[in-house]
Design a protein around this ligand. Structure first.
Ligand SMILES: C[S@@+](CC[C@H](N)C(=O)[O-])C[C@H]1O[C@@H](n2cnc3c(N)ncnc32)[C@H](O)[C@@H]1O
Length: 276
């Protein structure tokens, strides 16, 4: 049975459903800037041209804030899970690394995103001959996979969208096998946001308003039982995600105190951790 949707889930599903249908967006203060800049944003947050060239068209929607797959050191035969898999960007990259003996699961709660990812999976199978990806509809707060079934959990710019990030971390710890690891890219706050930004739906959808404070993130990861946490800031990604001359960027900049930039408050982080 589908878990009940939180009001935040409904806002996110509405916005990302539209982004999937339009074919592009930005996980930045713009909320949605169209697909034309998707390649530029992906390069700005750490994907190489060579990686992007292997993807089915439309798998990269310009919604990422880092490249967690590149840092995950994936090995042939591993089972990987991508939380909030969108149109499948990291799923398809990971699938090429784990090869035919491995498997990559994507989980996303937005129907239109899943439809797009499954359409892209058919193209991926045709192009690569690999039949090792599955996209599941579900919430990352209640991951639809068994306990201790996954070697590596990936996620790219998604945990900040959850209304209960502590629960997501407990779910990550539950599905990981002992010795399993995490490589997650997400937006994290360096200091509290002004109230007007916290209340903005655009800032929520744009991966800013829901970001956790760094110290709270540290506490949630520890409480989940995962160990060896490392947090690597990728501040340059925040600027790469800001479309210039974009009405939504201007709107959000207008909510910040004069003279400050989003990067004064928020950074992109690669989070790694391990299940003992
Ligand atoms: C910013 S996009 C990132 C997509 C993908 N990771 C990428 O980098 O292209 C966020 C995705 O997470 C999904 N999502 C957000 N909150 C979720 C939740 N609580 N449970 C499941 N999926 C969620 C959205 O539907 C959307 O597809």
């Amino acid at each position: 049975m589908e878990p009940t949707a939180h009001p935040t889930h409904l806002k996110i599903q509405d916005a990302y459903g539209k982004i999937a249908s339009l074919g592009g967006g930005c996980c930045g203060p713009s909320g949605c800037c169209g697909g034309a800049r998707a390649g530029e944003i992906a390069q700005g947050v750490g994907y190489s041209d060579a990686e992007l060239a292997t993807l089915p068209e439309g798998a990269n929607l310009g919604l990422s804030c880092g490249n967690p797959t590149a840092l995950a050191e994936l090995k042939a035969g591993e089972v990987v899970l991508d939380l909030g898999s969108g149109a499948g960007l990291d799923v398809f990259l990971a699938a090429q690394r784990v090869g035919p003996e491995g498997h990559v699961h994507g989980v996303d709660m937005t129907r239109e995103m899943l439809a797009k990812a499954r359409h892209n999976a058919a193209e991926f199978r045709r192009r690569t001959g690999l039949d090792n990806v599955t996209f599941h509809q579900g919430q990352i707060e209640a991951i639809p996979l068994p306990d201790a079934s996954v070697d590596v959990v990936l996620s790219n710019c998604v945990l900040n969208l959850s209304p209960d990030q502590g629960r997501v971390w407990r779910e990550i710890a539950r599905v990981l096998k002992p010795g399993g690891r995490v490589s997650i890219s997400d937006m994290v706050l360096l200091r509290p946001l002004p109230e007007a930004v916290r209340e903005s739906v655009e800032a929520l959808v744009g991966c800013i308003a829901g970001a956790a404070l760094l110290e709270d993130l540290h506490r949630m990861v520890s409480a989940s039982g995962l160990v060896d946490q490392t947090f690597t800031p990728k501040g340059e990604a925040v600027e790469a995600m800001l479309p210039v001359e974009d009405p939504m960027t201007d709107h959000l900049l207008g909510l910040l105190p004069e003279g400050t930039r989003p990067s004064d408050y928020i950074t992109s982080l690669i989070i790694s951790a391990r299940k003992p």
